[in-house]
Write a protein that binds this ligand. Sequence first.
Ligand SMILES: [Cu+2]
Length: 249
Amino acid sequence: MAAVSLPSAILATDFGSPKGVTKGSQLLHGEWALNYYIALPIAAIVLGGILWCVFRYRARPGEDRRARQFQYHIPIEATYTIIPLVLVAVIFGYMYGIENKLTTVKKHPALVVNVQGFQWGWRFTYPNGHQELGSVATQPNINDESALPILYLPSHETVQLDLVSADVIHGFYVPAFLYQRDLIPGVRNRVDFYVTKNGEWIGECNELCGTYHAFMRFEVKAMPKAAFDAWYRAQKPNSITVAGGAKQP
Ligand SMILES: [Cu+2]
């Protein structure tokens, strides 16, 4: 492995924050970056102040010093009250705007997929009734990622997911999307994703939902629109593809 110096590693990874592969995840990344840019100067001021005091006012042999004592210092008190208030307001406002964007769903997305979680697996249903299905029953080995149900999506388009549960609360979590949302019985949670890259990423249920919770993994596969359309056309209406290769009428 090539040696990487620490500063360049930190810069290359944006202080350890992943960028994600959706428009929404990039918004979140921007918010994290804002927090870093605010936090770093504060850390420098605080640490610098501590170090300065430690060295400038350290105890010397035979010396009995006391710092100047005073009860009030209005300019300092006003400063250390107003600056944090302004910073918190800026972060709150920025976050509020992003959260609003992340939770807003389009009236006419390019595609709507129904995502159902159940004990213990996933069912992805497309507008023509085609289902991609996978569960603990179709996945003999938990480490076998080739037997996971696949959520096919077109990239560079707004795709809406209807998140529903058949039994208990599950969680739809795709780390590469920097996003998780619960699937709650009786509730229809909708979310829009605009995937900006083609690729395959692992998703999972991240809400402990029973004995085989750990088997509730899936794969997200984002493809160029033409490839997605070709895949979609090849799926018969109301057909079911079971993860791991089996095909049902
Ligand atoms: Cu679950």
